[in-house]
Structures are given as structure tokens and as C-alpha cells.
Ligand binder design. Structure first.
Ligand SMILES: Cc1cc2nc3c(=O)[nH]c(=O)nc-3n(C[C@H](O)[C@H](O)[C@H](O)COP(=O)(O)OP(=O)(O)OC[C@H]3O[C@@H](n4cnc5c(N)ncnc54)[C@H](O)[C@@H]3O)c2cc1C
Length: 347
């Protein structure tokens, strides 16, 4: 028999990426009892050691992350000056563990939800009563009943589990009058990436690609520079899947991303384009980092004009500093620059 456990709390957060962590920590500091359910063994989502997308939403002159993210960044500078990813995971872990009001369920996947119907003070007639998660390490089903739920899963898992409205893909230009949109709406998204990290060693290291690695030449890298001496390099443009379903096709896209990453490294090491005899791969993510997925429909949909016009919302909780950054659905196989930036006045 598998074990089952019940927990009651004020807020249940699904997904322990940076958004879910910040939601859980701020609610806990306000006195709420919080369950944070995270399906991976580490916190941080795209920013964790499993994926290694650094956090660069807001930085530069007059532009800092601020808030809990700033606290994390400062603690990381102190505890982890060499920016080791495994140590970064422990900084995130410690930040959540030290909050007495948070019950952290790692390795626990939210896979079901129960809704109930009635008349609620906010005018709605349906609310989520509980969610169910399976924790693989302990073979335990957790049922979490809460007053509020925050879906920070990136894939909006509570939408298919509860029937909540969501969108996926690109709206046509006529819907919101946005300039950077396509003329006609479609189901294309930005793609996903398996990032690579490399380091210089003290002696020559050969690289023999497996037969399944992509065979790539200089023209495949148009607008993309795989030079490992470039400091800002994490091969973010090894991106695929925007022209497919960013949920149901993920496993197939992952296989192609691994073949693409190894083909890229073969090009870097063996084409003669770069002096990389002593360079070695020290990370290759097997879990694709997703840029775009289901988007839950809330009370308000932010549009391009809100960003270009710096709309200030009465209930704002955060600000952004990254430009509008539109990636082509073809990803690595899009001929031309991999993305277009629409610059905004920061933040
Ligand atoms: C390659 C790449 C490059 C990027 N570059 C930039 C950039 O330059 N600038 C920028 O601002 N942004 C960038 N982004 C976007 C940025 O990484 C994301 O906006 C950010 O990570 C979102 O954080 P999050 O916490 O919302 O989601 P995530 O980081 O996706 O975290 C969600 C977490 O929820 C967990 N989860 C999912 N389903 C369940 C479930 N059913 N039960 C429990 N847990 C679940 C996931 O495992 C994950 O850990 C990039 C993204 C990628 C992939």
C-alpha cells in the first residue's frame, strides 16, 4: 500500500522555480501557512543547477531585481562567490527551509485537483478545494487543502486539472493592436533549450561525438556565436520546439536538443574554427528549459502597449527590466538572427 497524507494550509504554491519560491516566502513572512510543492529535487526551476539559465530579468544602470530576488542574489555573492551551481541550489534550499511557515515538498508532482462549487465573496462560483501530489522518493500521495493556490509551474498545470481558461500560442495583431505580433494568430511559441557549459582544462581533451549528434557547419551558426571564450555564453540559441506543442512534444524535442548540443560541441572542438583543444564540457542539461507554455487567463492580459507605455498598475507587486524579446518559432533552424529585441525604457 502506498502512503497517503493530508495537509491543510492557507496557501499552496505549485512549482518551486523562482516565481513559486518568491510567492511562498513572501506569504510565509506575512504569517500564512504555506505548502510549496516542487516536482524536482532542487529549487529554482530554469535557474537551478538542472537547467542553468542565469537570472537576468532586470539589471544594469538604475535597474536592479530588488525584493526577495535581490536578497537571494546578495546571499549568493557572499556564500558562493565563484558562482557554483550546486552551491546556488543550497542557497535557494536554505532560503526556503529557514521559513518556519513553509512546508517544502520536494520531488512531489501535482497531478490532480478537486474543485468545489458555491457562491464565493469574489463573485466566482468555483474554487479549488485541494490538490494531490505524488512524492516519488517516499511513495506518498499528498492531498493539500488550502484557502488559495498559486500555479507557478510554468506549464500552468492547474489549468488542465481544473478546467481554468488558458491560452497558448500567438495572438493575431488585430486582437490587442500589438505591433510585434503576427498578422494572424497561430499556435506557435518560443522554443525550449538544453543548455551546455564548458570549461578550460590544463591539458588537451579530445571529443568524439556519438553517431546521433547533428552534423553542423559554419552556415548553421548564422547570427549565433558558439565561441566558448565569449563570457556571456550558455548556448541559449540552441532552441527548438516553438513550432511544436511545448507540452506534449517535450520528450521528442529533448532528444533533438541533445543531438544539437553534441553537434555544436563537435563543431566547436573539431571544425578548427576555435582554439579549444583544452576545453571540455562540464554540463549538459537533460531537462529542457521552456520559454513559453500554457498561459493562464487572469483578470487582465498585459499587452505590448503596457510595456512600451510603462503602465503603472495599482496592485503591482514587481517590475521587469528585460526588453520584449521575441524568439522565432523555428529556433536554431530559423535562418537569420535567433530573436528580435524591442527595447524599452528600463525598468
Ligand atoms: C533557455 C532560456 C533562456 C532564457 N533567457 C531569459 C533571459 O535572458 N531573460 C529573462 O528575463 N528570462 C529568460 N528566460 C525566462 C526565465 O527563465 C523564466 O521566465 C523564469 O525561469 C520563469 O520562472 P518560473 O518560476 O515562473 O518558472 P520555472 O523556472 O519554469 O519553474 C517552474 C517549476 O515548477 C515545477 N513544476 C512544473 N510542473 C509541476 C507540477 N505538476 N508539480 C510540481 N512542480 C511542477 C518545474 O519543475 C519547475 O521547477 C529564459 C528561459 C530559458 C528556458
Amino acid at each position: 500500500m502506498l502512503t497517503t497524507k493530508k495537509i491543510k494550509c492557507d496557501l499552496c504554491v505549485i512549482g518551486g522555480g523562482i516565481a513559486g519560491m518568491c510567492a511562498a516566502i513572501s506569504a510565509a513572512r506575512e504569517g500564512a501557512s504555506v505548502v510549496l510543492m516542487q516536482e524536482r529535487p532542487v529549487l529554482g526551476g530554469n535557474a537551478s543547477s538542472e537547467m542553468r539559465m542565469w537570472i537576468c530579468g532586470s539589471f544594469g544602470e538604475n535597474n536592479r531585481e530588488t525584493g526577495i530576488l535581490e536578497e537571494l542574489a546578495l546571499e549568493n555573492m557572499y556564500r558562493n562567490p565563484s558562482k557554483s551551481y550546486p552551491l546556488w541550489d543550497t542557497v535557494l534550499f536554505d532560503f526556503v527551509k529557514r521559513e518556519k511557515n513553509i512546508t517544502l515538498l520536494l520531488n512531489c508532482t501535482c497531478m490532480d485537483a478537486a474543485v468545489e462549487h458555491g457562491e464565493y465573496p469574489d463573485g466566482r462560483d468555483t474554487r479549488i478545494k485541494s490538490v494531490k501530489g505524488y512524492q516519488m522518493t517516499t511513495q506518498t500521495f499528498f492531498t493539500v487543502e488550502a484557502g488559495c493556490f498559486a500555479d507557478c509551474s510554468g506549464d500552468s498545470i492547474l489549468a488542465p486539472l481544473t478546467g481554468a481558461a488558458f491560452r497558448m500560442g500567438r495572438e493575431g495583431r488585430d486582437e490587442f493592436g500589438e505591433n510585434c505580433k503576427v498578422e494572424k494568430g497561430d499556435d506557435m511559441t518560443m522554443g525550449m533549450s538544453c543548455l551546455i557549459g564548458a570549461r578550460e582544462t590544463e591539458r588537451a581533451v579530445p571529443f568524439t561525438p556519438p553517431a546521433f549528434a547533428k552534423k553542423l557547419t559554419e552556415k548553421d551558426f548564422y547570427g549565433r556565436c558558439p565561441d566558448p571564450y565569449d563570457d556571456g555564453q550558455n548556448f541559449w540559441y540552441l532552441e527548438l520546439g516553438g513550432d511544436r506543442d511545448s507540452i506534449h512534444d517535450t520528450e521528442q524535442v529533448r532528444d533533438e536538443l541533445i543531438a544539437l548540443a553534441l553537434g555544436t560541441w563537435d563543431y566547436v572542438k573539431n571544425s578548427g574554427a576555435y582554439k579549444t583543444d583544452t576545453w571540455d564540457v562540464d554540463f549538459l542539461g537533460f531537462l529542457p528549459g521552456k520559454r513559453e507554455s500554457r498561459r493562464m487567463v487572469g483578470e487582465y492580459i498585459i499587452k505590448e502597449q503596457d510595456l512600451t507605455g510603462n503602465t503603472v498598475f495599482e496592485d503591482e507587486v514587481a517590475y521587469g527590466g528585460w526588453p520584449l524579446d521575441d524568439h522565432y518559432p523555428g529556433g536554431f533552424y530559423h535562418r537569420g538572427e535567433p530573436n528580435t529585441y524591442y527595447h524599452l525604457a528600463p525598468p
